[in-house]
Structure formats: structure tokens, C-alpha cells
Design a protein around this ligand. Structure first.
Ligand code: 3EB
Length: 352
């Protein structure tokens, strides 16, 4: 399905562009642009090696604004900011070399893997930059790295990442339980640890899913440190209300459900998203958060499952709702797909 650009919102807007869609209607300044495709350049945070499904060419995720933009770098971190919102990106290039490194025995946290060290380093750098630039509140974080389900140094790499991430939140006295940012964490084919994010001067409102145990309270069967993210975040930016729905998968309680059944996983994921919309409506005292108000990025583990996932989404989502599909590994080996969603309503909301 060709992508149709969402209505231009001058202050901040999100577009998923592909060869099929052409350029956006207007050409406001880019705050950030992230390319999803077959390859990553080894050092670029903004080229993510997750092949696009169902379309030719790459997909460009473009964050735009018509506000004045200032850009800069701080160490490895690149940023662009308006008066209200900051887009940042950071990459630690060489974490892929943990793959294939098996010293034998269990993981030794006192000899952290390159990925654990990189994860902590990235988040420490992000928090330091946000403090010094005056945008202290993380709204949404996108995390990508290779071999997410691979065991190296005696532990699955996603769990190594969770240790480094949570350690950084703790060291910087950041909320890593309630009030953690919305996020996702996906496996790429190459490219080191690549993280991009949006931050603001005012804190978002974190939203949880009553059907799911909060990720930051997952039991320790899922690793020594819990993942530091909220299920969704609501934020008012320039008088518009943004909803960032984290990567959402076929998890009920804390357990993956429908192992091996990608259609049932997709339906369960949509039930979780529907509940998050209801929670967002309750929090913002509105009924305007609907499936039609969102744009979707869909991660499919096996390219062969793409048509099945797409047909379930086509049956449930309004045709005009933009969705892009990429092939990526999901953070639990039994999850076959994951969906993130982002939306903007043109009005501020009570209490947000
Ligand atoms: C889950 O619900 C699926 O580690 O940042 C979803 C969203 C998932 C974010 C993260 C992980 C993350 O646990 C995985």
C-alpha cells in the first residue's frame, strides 16, 4: 500500500517517506531523518539495517518542524532542537564484535560485554546532554542493535543491553520504573548500537497497559535488570498532543502468548494497542485517540510472515492510517512481530 503523508503539522510532524510517496507537501526544516533499509553504514546512527517489506527502496522516517532549528554535537551525540523539542541520535559502532564471542561459563557483570558498556555509555551521554542543553525529559527512545537474541559472553544481548541501560538511568538518578520514556528495542543486521530519541522541557505523562505487567516490573526470568520503558507516553508540544506508543507485542501479563502463530500475535498486539488508546483517552480526558489517529511502524521477524501480518492489520486499521513494515528481530525469541505507533492531535490536552 502506498503511504500517504499525514497532515502537515507545522510545529512538529512525522512522515514515513518511500519511493512510492514522494516528498512531503511542504518542506519545513528537518529535525531528524532516519533511514530504514538493507544496510547500515558502520558509523551512522541514522541508517538502520532493517530491510523494508512490501515496498521498493528504503523508508525515511522524517521529523520536521517549521520552527527555527539549532543543531550541534556533544561527544558522539548529534542533536537538533527547536525551543520546545530536541531530536538526538547517537551510535557506538563496534558492539557487533561481541557476536560470536563465547568465553564459556555464565555472564560476568564485572566483565561487561561491549554491548552492555555501550548501552550504559549511550544513555549516560544522552542524559548528560539533555541536562546541559535544557531538555531534561526523554519522551521516546528508539534502540537498535545487531544480534538482539544472540547469546554472547553467556547472556542474550537484549538482556546485556537492559543492564547497561538501567545502570545509566540509576547512575543519573533518572526514573527507570514509573515515568520511564516510551521506547522500542529491535534487532538489526549490522550497525553497532544506534539510538535516537525525542526530548522536551516538560515531562511526558507515562501510560501503562493494565493487560500487561509493566516492563520495569518484569520478573527476573527475563533478565537481571528490567527494561526501562513505559508502554506509552503523552506529551503536549507546541499546543499539540503527541502520543508515543512503545513497541507493543503479543504479551499478556508478562508472558509471550501465541508462540508460533503470527496472526494471533498480531491480533493480540492490536488488543494491547487498543487498551493503550483507551488509557490515553482516560488520561487526557478525550475520546480522540483512535487507531485512525496513529501512524505505525511494524517489525516482522521473518519476511515470510509479512503478508500474514499485513492482512491482519488491513482488516483492523483504517485504510488511511500510515503503516510501514520492516524486517527486524524482536527482543524475545518467541515474538514474531511488534508494532510501534505515533500520533498527534492538534489540540493540547487537559493535564498533559
Ligand atoms: C515487551 O513488551 C516487548 O526494551 O525498550 C517493547 C518496547 C519491548 C520496548 C525496550 C522492549 C522495549 O517487553 C519488547
Amino acid at each position: 500500500m502506498p503511504l500517504s503523508p499525514a497532515p502537515i503539522s507545522p510545529l512538529l510532524s512525522l512522515h514515513y517517506l518511500s519511493r512510492d510517496t514522494g516528498p512531503p507537501h511542504a518542506a519545513p526544516a528537518a529535525l531528524g531523518a532516519v533511514r530504514f533499509g538493507r544496510t547500515a553504514s558502520p558509523t551512522s546512527v541514522l541508517e538502520i539495517a532493517t530491510p523494508v517489506l512490501g515496498q521498493t527502496g528504503d523508508v525515511l522516517e522524517l521529523w520536521q518542524t517549521d520552527q527555527p532549528v539549532r543543531t550541534g554535537t556533544q561527544g558522539l551525540l548529534h542533536y537538533a532542537m527547536t525551543d520546545e523539542v530536541l531530536f538526538g541520535a547517537i551510535c557506538i559502532p563496534d558492539t557487533d564484535s561481541d557476536v560470536g564471542h563465547y568465553p564459556g561459563g555464565g555472564y560476568d557483570p564485572l566483565r561487561p560485554s561491549l554491548l552492555q558498556q555501550a548501552s550504559e555509555q549511550v544513555y549516560l551521554a544522552v542524559f548528560a546532554a539533555l541536562e546541559s542543553l535544557g531538555y531534561p525529559h526523554l519522551l521516546r527512545v528508539w534502540n537498535y542493535f545487531s544480534g538482539i537474541n544472540t547469546d554472547t559472553c553467556g547472556m542474550e544481548r537484549y538482556l546485556q543491553f537492559n543492564i547497561g541501560r538501567q545502570d545509566a538511568f540509576r547512575k543519573m538518578a533518572r526514573p527507570f520504573l514509573a515515568d520511564a520514556p516510551a521506547a522500542c528495542a529491535l534487532g538489526t543486521h549490522s550497525g553497532g548500537l544506534q539510538v535516537y530519541f525525542l526530548a522536551a522541557k516538560v515531562p511526558p505523562l507515562a501510560i501503562e497497559n493494565p493487560r500487561q505487567v509493566s516492563a520495569y516490573f518484569y520478573p527476573d526470568q527475563y533478565g537481571p535488570r528490567t527494561p526501562s520503558f513505559s508502554r506509552a507516553a503523552l506529551a503536549t508540544l507546541s499546543g499539540q498532543c503527541w502520543l508515543f506508543i512503545s513497541g507493543t507485542a503479543s504479551i499478556v501479563g508478562h508472558q509471550s502468548v501465541h508462540a508460533g502463530d503470527v496472526r494471533a500475535q498480531t491480533e493480540e498486539t492490536l488488543r494491547n494497542i487498543a487498551v493503550l488508546l483507551a488509557q490515553a483517552n482516560r488520561a487526557a480526558d478525550t475520546r480522540d485517540w483512535t487507531l485512525a489517529a496513529l501512524q505505525y511502524k511494524v517489525y516482522v521477524r521473518h519476511a515470510a510472515d509479512f503478508e500474514a501480518v499485513r492482512s491482519v492489520l488491513d482488516a483492523h486499521l483504517p485504510p488511511a492510517a500510515v503503516r510501514v513494515y520492516v524486517q527486524a528481530d524482536v527482543c524475545r525469541a518467541d515474538l514474531l512481530m511488534e508494532i510501534e505507533a505515533t500520533g498527534c492531535l492538534p489540540v493540547p490536552m487537559a493535564g498533559v
